[in-house]
Ligand binder design. Structure first.
Ligand code: DLL
Length: 457
């Protein structure tokens, strides 16, 4: 309905598929699913072998629910076929390659045909339009340019939208602040942790982000919480939107929030979402939380059939106040593989972030340090405190420490050592933040960052 669409500041014609009636969308999805499975079967050994093993040739696909008969694809499959083994297009048709490198082993390589890049650009146009951007906006693109998909993905989308793009890339923080200030920037995209760093550095340079014309931030590539959004919006004087994506599927632009901020709309005409029980692989109904599985519906160079993302979410089909009909997924607060098991208790970093930020006096800069003493696991949470509190009497610091320890024990059911750190003492990230440092096995120190990350220069 047109009146509901006006919630968005800018409706871009490319956004039309976001509003199609559900039966029409499902019809389109089925047609595309059949075509993509056929393409994968005909051109990729791995998919052909797996479908043959299941006795499920592509022409048996009769309805969307038949998708559950298709085999899953995992990151291990990408590694095993490194670098080009899952390509469904000859190299002459591949016009771009990106890669996300892990801390160990070979990177995951992904490929795009000309048409794939056009699709990517179109979903990014829809993403930016959903965040209220339009022609006339000046976007500072501080996602890293390079093998990481963030920089170029956002770049072409914003240009196609008609916005003015500043391709500043990640890092060089003082220059970022100069650009923000001097180029009349109205929107910025980067990781949420890097935006926090920008706010803080700007203040040190005597620049208040709140006083600048920047009004929108489009943040993603790493998990962040509602509490973090509250902090970012208050300190940055902006409206913050969550954008989700992953290299294996396309890059940024799989899903994005609209101004209602009630979950992220998935661009379902190109990416078919399912949520499964990560232990059994069983599909879960809308509303239930589980692992997000995505199938690309239009990818040519590298189709992905039922890719297990490891990201935990739930799908919502109810109508959204913005008028979009495409389903929403809840924000990704955690991955199935970022769970820390400490003395038998399961802990997710997002629970720690939410508990920390709920206590007044802390800053959203923290690290989780895991060690082992005489066979017993220990968890230390280091968190920065506000400068006012830090220069205050020892008594108030001790009071804060106790409140934090109590909040942590209540949320996690676990005693946690709290260390209050001086403002600016915890290392800042320019791309994806590293929150967990696991020193339980010193010979094999593990940093719990997404293994698919690339460090953004
Ligand atoms: O991070 C693509 C991207 C770039 C998304 C810029 C958004 C903005 P990868 O490096 O392959 O791709 O990492 C993908 O990052 O599986 C999630 O675990 C995590 N992730 C991405 N966006 C979000 C988000 C890019 N909004 C992995 N919230 C994914 C939480 C996110 N986690």
């Amino acid at each position: 309905m047109q009146s509901e669409r006006t919630v968005d500041r800018a409706f871009h014609p490319a956004s039309a598929p976001d509003y199609v009636p559900r039966p029409q969308m499902r019809q389109l999805q089925l047609e595309r699913l059949k075509a993509v499975v056929r393409r994968a079967y005909d051109h990729v050994d791995l998919f052909r072998r797996r479908l043959d093993e299941r006795g499920f040739p592509p022409d048996r696909l009769g309805s969307l629910s038949d998708i559950q008969h298709l085999p899953f694809t995992t990151k291990a499959d990408l590694r095993d076929t490194y670098p080009f083994g899952l390509f469904a297009s000859p190299i002459e048709d591949v016009v771009r390659v990106h890669a996300s490198s892990g801390t160990t082993g070979k990177p995951v390589v992904v490929a795009y045909t000309r048409q794939d890049l056009d699709v990517w650009t179109s979903v990014m146009v829809r993403a930016f339009a959903a965040c209220g951007l339009s022609r006339g906006d000046v976007l500072q693109n501080a996602y890293g340019y390079g093998l990481f998909t963030g920089g170029l993905g956002a770049h072409y989308g914003a240009e196609a939208l008609g916005a003015t793009v500043i391709p500043v890339s990640g890092g060089n923080t003082d220059r970022q602040i100069m650009v923000l200030k001097d180029f009349r920037v109205t929107a910025i995209c980067c990781t949420p942790s890097y935006f926090l760093h920008l706010i803080e550095r700007a203040l040190e340079l005597g620049v208040s982000m709140r006083a600048l014309p920047v009004r929108v931030g489009i943040f993603g590539a790493e998990p962040w919480t509602e509490s973090m959004r509250g902090h970012i919006e208050a300190e940055g004087g902006i409206q913050a939107f969550d954008i989700y994506g992953l290299s294996e599927i396309i890059g940024p632009g799989v899903a994005v929030e609209c101004p209602c901020h009630r979950g992220l709309h998935v661009f379902e005409d190109h990416f078919f979402p399912e949520v499964i029980d990560p232990d059994t692989g069983r599909a879960l109904p809308d509303g239930e939380e589980g692992e997000l599985v995505l199938t690309t519906l239009s990818k040519q160079a590298m189709p992905m059939i039922r890719y297990r993302t490891r990201d935990i979410t739930a799908l919502a089909a109810e109508p959204c106040g913005c008028g979009r009909t495409v389903r929403r997924m809840s924000r990704i607060a955690r991955r199935s593989d970022d769970m820390i098991i400490i003395r038998g208790v399961n802990v997710f970093p997002s629970q720690i972030e939410a508990a920390l930020l709920a206590v007044e006096g802390t800053l959203p800069h923290y690290r989780i340090l895991l060690t082992r003493h005489k066979g017993l696991d220990k968890m230390e949470v280091q968190v920065e405190v506000t400068p006012e509190l830090f220069s205050d009497k020892i008594g108030s610091l001790e009071g804060l420490r106790q409140r934090l320890a109590y909040a942590m024990e209540r949320v996690l059911g676990l005693k946690v050592q709290i260390t209050l750190a001086a403002p600016r003492s915890i290392q800042r990230s320019e791309g994806k933040a590293t929150r967990v440092i696991d020193r339980r096995d010193p010979a094999n120190e593990v940093r719990h960052e997404d293994p698919s990350t690339v460090s953004v220069p």
